[in-house]
Each structure stands twice: as structure tokens, then as C-alpha cells.
Ligand binder design. Sequence first.
Ligand SMILES: [Fe+2]
Length: 183
Amino acid sequence: MKSPFAERSSKEMKDVLMDPKADGPKVHYYMIRGGKDKKNITVWESGTIGGEYIKSYGHYHVGDLSETYEVLAGEGYVILQKRGNSDDEIIEFRAVKVKTGDKVFIPTGYGHLAINTGKTWLVTSDDSPVDFGEKKAVSMPGHADYAPFKKLHGAAYYCVEENGQPKFVKNPNYKSVPPIEFK
Ligand SMILES: [Fe+2]
């Protein structure tokens, strides 16, 4: 049986960081995949890299697939972005502040990732499906499209630490980006 465990390395994360040259932990987050019923667990490292809080890579779902995240421990943001006519044109951007016990629904079509702005591990559970027959089922499951985030080096906004507080700054690689809807 395939191991359900995977790590997202700093090497992979360079694709989507505000400052790809910045030094940080070797592993940014840890994943244990169980799929829709058993659930998937993700554990984020705490801290910043080049001023940016540690986050997940970010992806859109392939096809008609929504997902719900539940925060099991820690605090941070779940961000969602909706595309217009192209990957670099964002028509809606939501930053949802979350803490232990909160649930966030990710509707079909919204790119998403989570950010750990707390001092502890951020731990979530989600119900996205996993097909263990896929080659990279655990690390990069087929339901997720990571390419737009790779191409544009992250989401439409980066979340950086300023005077100990999170602050969102625009990613200059996007052509158009709306103001943030804070939830
Ligand atoms: Fe997802």
C-alpha cells in the first residue's frame, strides 16, 4: 500500500514564494491523505520566509469539485481567488481569517491556499478526493491544478509580516486584481 504521507519541500515552494531566494525551513507543510471520507490532514510549519508567512502551494480544482476545510489547530487565513478570462485576471479575492474549529467552504472554481500566521502549527482537515492509483496521488493529486499558481508565482496577494501583524501585498505578476474581501 502506498504511504499516505507527503512533504512539501522548500525546493518545490520556491515556485510560489514572493522571494524565492529567501531561506526557510526545509519542509513548509506535511500532508496525510485519506480522501473524501477518511479526510486529508495538512500541518503547516510556523514562521516566515523572506517576510512571507508559511503557506500551502495553492491550486484550482479540475472539474466540478468543491471542498471544505476545517481548522483543527492554530490560526491563519484561507484565501480564495476567482479567475476572469485568464489566469492573471482575478475578479474576486477573499481572505478568510480562521482559528481552531472554523470551517471554510471552497466553492468550485476558486483557487485556494492556507497561510499559517500563528506561532503554532496550523492543522486542517479537508475532504478532497484522492485516487491512490495515481502516481503522485499523495503529493500532488490529480484533482488539483497547480500550474496557474506556479506560472504566476503564487496567489494574487502575498501575506507578509509587518510589525508582528499579517499584511497582504499584491503579487505584481497578475494583470488585474480586485481589493480583498476580508471575511
Ligand atoms: Fe483543494
